[in-house]
Design a protein around this ligand. Structure first.
Ligand code: DAH
Length: 345
């Protein structure tokens, strides 16, 4: 038996003394150590044929031999692993001087920048923000705002109708009605959002953005409207900016005004942007029509209100010198990148 063991020991030493591939090594380990048919486990099976009294001695010897063999194989295994790792490291070298790939971050769209600026200015005056739905009923978009059914704004060519009574809102003014139905005066609210009209040229897009403003309280007058909008123009454009009101007409305000600001390009002396007048129209507004207050259950004898509607895209174009509204909606990454730089300053 001892001879057999010594022979095996010699064989193993010899087999492991040459440089082996992992495949060859695996085969050898199977050959000697596999529990099913390995030479060492086979040897252990011979225990049966050993006389009882010799068994402990035999068991000890063969166990020691098995441990020795396992140790030998483990050492070679570790050596092969080490070599494999060294090879992998060599072929997958990392150049630590290579600059890392930059992660591009997004930036705010110019319309969003201006929308947030407007909100910030009016938030300073105590305004809340309420966003109404983009799909509206005829009642909120027109009827409640005192737009009679024969008003041209209702004509099919302006409004996108979904059904006879449901439409894409053409203005953010329905936000006024929804607010007055929901809360009691005093009210100070802004209602920003997307609006839709069937219109397309260099300064009109079928989808654009408005910001509605509404104040309802006791003794609200045109002076409050003028004061607020003058402050808005000064904050938005320049502390030098002046404001003027021109009479106008909107069904939901009486009196109605259009608000001009001194031209941000020439400062009022007259240029191409303001067509030589020195003034640029920036928004519409007025004193809330009594009928609109009544439609919302507010007593016009007790309360009065002011309202205004700002074209966010128009302000954006004026502020950044953009002459075609579609530039804002094409989402050309090169345009957006310019605003990113401006944001960072
Ligand atoms: N809704 C108007 C429009 O789309 C803008 C407007 C004008 C809103 C006067 C108002 C307002 O609240 O008082 O042209």
């Amino acid at each position: 038996m001892n001879e057999k063991i010594e022979q095996l020991r010699k064989n193993i030493k010899e087999a492991l003394s040459v440089k082996l591939t992992r495949e060859e090594f695996k085969k050898l380990r199977e050959q000697y150590l596999s529990t099913k048919a390995g030479e060492i486990p086979n040897l252990m099976k011979e225990m049966r044929n050993v006389p009882k009294e010799d068994r402990p001695q035999f068991g000890k010897i063969i166990n020691e031999f098995k441990n020795w063999a396992e140790q030998e194989f483990a050492e070679v295994d570790a050596a092969i692993k080490k070599e494999e790792l060294a090879k992998a490291n060599e072929s997958e070298t990392v150049d630590i001087t290579m600059p890392a790939r930059k992660n591009e971050t997004g930036s705010l769209h110019p319309t969003t920048i201006v929308k947030q600026e407007i909100i910030k200015i009016f938030a300073g005056l105590g305004f809340d923000v309420f966003e109404g739905p983009e799909i509206e009923t005829d009642y909120y978009n027109f009827t409640a705002l005192n737009v009679p059914s024969d008003h041209p704004a209702r004509a099919e060519q302006d409004t996108f109708y979904i059904t006879e009574n449901i439409l894409l809102r053409t203005q953010t003014s329905p936000g006024q009605i929804r607010t007055m139905e929901a809360v009691k005066p005093p009210i100070k609210v802004l209602s920003p959002g997307r609006v839709f009209r069937s219109d397309y040229d260099a300064t009109h897009s079928p989808m654009f953005h408005q910001m509605e403003g509404l104040v309802v309280d006791k003794n609200i007058s045109v002076c409050d409207l003028y004061g607020m909008l003058d402050l808005f123009a000064k904050e938005m454009f320049s502390s030098e900016a002046k404001t003027r009101l021109r009479p106008s007409y909107f069904p939901f305000t009486e009196p109605s005004v259009e608000v001009d600001v001194t031209c941000c390009e020439c400062g009022g002396s007259g240029c191409r942007l303001c067509k030589g007048t020195g003034w640029i129209e920036v928004l519409g507004g007025g004193i809330v029509n009594r009928k609109v207050l009544e439609n919302c259950g507010i007593d016009p004898e007790e309360y009065s209100g002011l309202a205004f509607g700002i074209g966010i895209d128009r302000i954006t174009m004026l502020k950044y010198g953009i002459n075609n509204i579609h530039i804002l909606f094409e989402n050309d990454i090169r345009t957006l990148r310019q605003f990113k730089q401006q944001n960072i300053g």
